[in-house]
Write a protein that binds this ligand. Sequence first.
Ligand SMILES: Cc1cc2nc3c(=O)[nH]c(=O)nc-3n(C[C@H](O)[C@H](O)[C@H](O)COP(=O)(O)OP(=O)(O)OC[C@H]3O[C@@H](n4cnc5c(N)ncnc54)[C@H](O)[C@@H]3O)c2cc1C
Length: 387
Amino acid sequence: MRIAVIGGGPGGLYFAALVKQVAPGHEVVLWERGEAEDAIGFGVVFSDGALGGVQAADPVLFDSVIDRFVRWESVGVRYRGRTISHDGYRFSAVGRRSLLRLLRERCAHRGVELRFASAAPPLPVLRSEFDLVVAADGVGSATRSSRPEAFGTRLEPRDSRYLWMGTDRMFDELTFAVVETPHGPLQVHAYPYAPGHSTFIVETTDRVLRAGGLEQPGRSPEDTARAVAALLEADEGLLGGHRLICTGSRWGRFTSVRNDRWSDGNAVLLGDAAHTTHFSIGSGTKLAMEDAVALAMALTDNRDLPDALAAYEAERKPAVERMQRVAEVSRDWFEHVDERIGLPPGEFTSHLLTRSGRISHRDLPLLDRDHVERVRNWFALTLATTS
Ligand SMILES: Cc1cc2nc3c(=O)[nH]c(=O)nc-3n(C[C@H](O)[C@H](O)[C@H](O)COP(=O)(O)OP(=O)(O)OC[C@H]3O[C@@H](n4cnc5c(N)ncnc54)[C@H](O)[C@@H]3O)c2cc1C
C-alpha cells in the first residue's frame, strides 16, 4: 500500500511510524512544510494516565519520551497575588520539540520517507498517486477546507485569543493565573516542561487585546513578549523578574473543529484537522496520537480501505466528542472569567478547579485499562507476526 501523510506534527509522525512498524512493506511518504526543527509551541502537558494506549503502541519510543518528562502532582490557582495549590493530581510534560524529534527519529529508523520544508502536493494529485492520503495538517487543514461538504465540517471561531510563549521561570506545578490589568483580565496557563523552562500561554479576549494594544501587526516577537510582560506586572510575583520568550507575535484564535465524516474517498482526517479541544485541558496532542494508533490498527485489521476508515471513525469519533464536551465547559469558564472576578480567592479557586461543579482535572485522565491492554497486545502480536 502507498500512503501519503500531510503534516509532520505529533499525529502525522506517530501514524507514519506505527504503520511502518506493523506493515514494513507499505510505502509511507510524509510532507511537512516547516523545517524539521521549526516546531511551534514550547511544552505539551499530559495528565496522569493520559498516555494510555498511545504509550502501549510503542513502549520503546515512550521510554525515551518518559525519560524527558518533568512531573508534578498539584495544580495552583493564582489570583490577586496569592497561589492556592491543590494536591492529588499527577501531570507530566515534555518539550514539543523533543517529542517531535523522537518521533522523527522513529520514522526515519523505520523507513518513512520524510520530506521537510516541502508543502504536500495538491490533494487530487496525492489521491491519484497514493492508495491513502492521511490529512494530519492541523487545525487550519487545507485538505479539510478543500472539501467542507464532503467532511461535513463545522468550524466555530471563539472569542478566546491566545499566545503560546515560554519563560525561563520554572513553575513547579500547573498554574492557572488570572491577572487583573487596567484593560481587563489576562489568564495564564503555565507549567514546567524541561529544567529551567516553562510553557506560558496567555489567553484573553478581543476586547482586552484591543484595549491593551497587545495586537499590533508587524510587531516583533520580542516586543510582543515585552508588552505582555509589562501588563502582567500587575501581579509582580507571577513572573518574579523572569522573562517571557515569544517565537511568533500572532495571537491565535481558538476554533472548535468538528467533522460529521472523517473520510472522503481515500482521504482521511487525523488529529487537529479532524477535531480540536480547548488547550486549557491539554489533550490535543494525546488525541492526535490516539487517532494515529486507531488508524494504524484499523488499516491492518481490515482488508478493505472503506471498512478500515469506517472502523477508525467509529472508534475515535465518540471518544473525541466526549473530550470535546469536557473541553467546552473548560473553555466557557475561561471565556467568561470576568464574571467570577471579585469572588474571594478560596471560592475562585474551587470554582476554577471544578469549572462550576461540572468538571475537575481529576475527571480528565480517564485511563481505560482494557483499551490499553488491547493496544499493547495487538501491537506486540502484530509485530511478532511481521518480523
Ligand atoms: C496554545 C496551545 C497550547 C496547547 N497546549 C497543549 C498541551 O499542553 N498539551 C496537548 O496535548 N496539546 C496542546 N495543544 C494542542 C496541540 O498542539 C495539538 O492538538 C497538536 O499539535 C495536534 O497535532 P496534529 O499532528 O494533529 O497537528 P499539528 O501539530 O498542528 O501539526 C500539523 C502539521 O502539518 C503541517 N502542514 C500543514 N499543512 C501542510 C501542507 N500543506 N504540507 C505540509 N505540511 C503541512 C504544519 O506545518 C504542522 O507542522 C495546544 C494548542 C495550543 C494552540
